[in-house]
Design a binder for this molecule. Structure first.
Ligand code: NAP
Length: 310
């Protein structure tokens, strides 16, 4: 019997216990999943930073830490973590993220707020809405989530540009990479979607300089991480009209403090980190498959590169 420790919050335990056990059974593994195994007996850890566990050093026989979260910035720098770390790549999460991104891009692209906020009896017939073909959108981050969202936008007719750290090729997306590719990816674009991880290399990637590159009035959608944006620079760019609107799902401090200027800015929509959730049924299949692979001596999926930071 494989001993697996569930190291996450009480709420997560209630959500995941039955679904994980069902997923282990599906792949033919006999797993004793518990919240209280003796550290030395633990062969796998199902982990989320929502729980109290911070010191991984007693888990000397743990073959892998399997995270329930896609983002790893709260665990990747933990010096006590020497075991392989796999992050969550959940197809249902990618679907949820794609829907969030498409909804926000279409809303900003069509200028829907002027109607939603202007239900005042005035018949505003004058302006012709743009069409997707005329509105290039740039997706920063061409990973599991960025690629899927970018391809959905491309299928709607948007010219989509993507940007990554290393060179990528994605049919339907004009790809740029590296520091030297960033300006070309952003220049003249009408919308920016941020789907980068929080690392030292991505901090403040949208700043006073890069926010000056898109077309005047361009919009920002950030379901990536709060650290990707220099908040002061974004508010200044909104003030001058260089940036026409922003939908922000993630922040440096969460929950976003009540007095943060984003809350009261009419050009900013705050959503409370709801862009994409890990869905228990599909996510548990991913955890179980990785455990099966490890037991069979096959390489783990979605391993995090500690040096790279994601
Ligand atoms: P991923 O598969 O690891 O992809 C990350 C992408 O970012 C890759 O294309 C990578 O480039 C690129 N990148 C990383 N560092 C870079 C740098 N310095 N310069 C340029 N590109 C860089 O991640 P994912 O699964 O798509 O998830 C993306 C992020 O979404 C997560 O890290 C998390 O922060 C966020 N997220 C948010 C929610 C929410 O509800 N708001 C939910 C899930 C995830 P390479 O392709 O060259 O490696």
């Amino acid at each position: 019997m494989i001993k697996a420790l569930f190291a996450a919050s009480d709420a997560d335990w209630r959500t995941y216990k039955a679904a994980l056990n069902a997923a282990f059974e599906k792949v033919g593994l006999e797993v004793d999943l518990s919240r209280s195994h003796a550290a030395q007996e633990v062969s796998y850890m199902v982990y989320a930073p929502s729980g109290p566990l911070q010191d991984f050093s007693p888990y000397v026989n743990c073959k892998a830490v399997l995270s329930l979260w896609a983002g790893v910035e709260r665990i990747v720098g933990n010096q006590s973590l020497t075991q392989p770390l796999a992050r969550m790549v959940d197809p249902s999460m990618a679907q949820g993220m794609m829907e969030y991104v498409v909804a926000q891009v279409l809303r900003h692209h069509l200028g829907m707020d002027r109607y939603l906020r202007g239900q005042d009896g005035v018949w505003r017939h004058g302006e012709m809405p743009p069409v997707a073909q005329d509105s290039p959108i740039t997706v920063l981050g061409l990973g599991e989530l960025g690629r899927f969202a970018g391809l959905a936008l491309s299928s709607l007719g948007f010219p989509v540009r993507g940007w990554s750290r290393t060179k990528r090729e994605v049919d339907g997306i004009v790809c740029y990479h590296g520091d030297e590719g960033l300006a070309a990816a952003l220049k003249g674009t009408r919308g920016i979607v941020l789907l980068l991880p929080a690392t030292a290399g991505t901090e403040n990637i949208l700043n006073a300089n890069t926010l000056a590159l898109p077309a005047k009035g361009a919009f920002i959608v950030n379901p990536g991480r709060g650290t990707l944006i220099d908040d002061t620079a974004l508010l200044a760019a909104i003030e001058t009209g260089q940036i026409g609107g922003a939908t922000l799902d993630v922040f440096r401090t969460e929950p976003l403090p009540k007095d943060h200027p984003y809350w009261s800015n009419p050009k900013v929509t705050v959503t409370p980190h709801i862009a994409a959730f890990t869905r228990p049924d599909s996510a548990c299949d991913v955890i179980a498959e990785n455990m099966r692979r490890s037991e069979a001596g096959e390489p783990l999926l979605y391993l995090v590169d500690r040096k790279r930071g994601y």
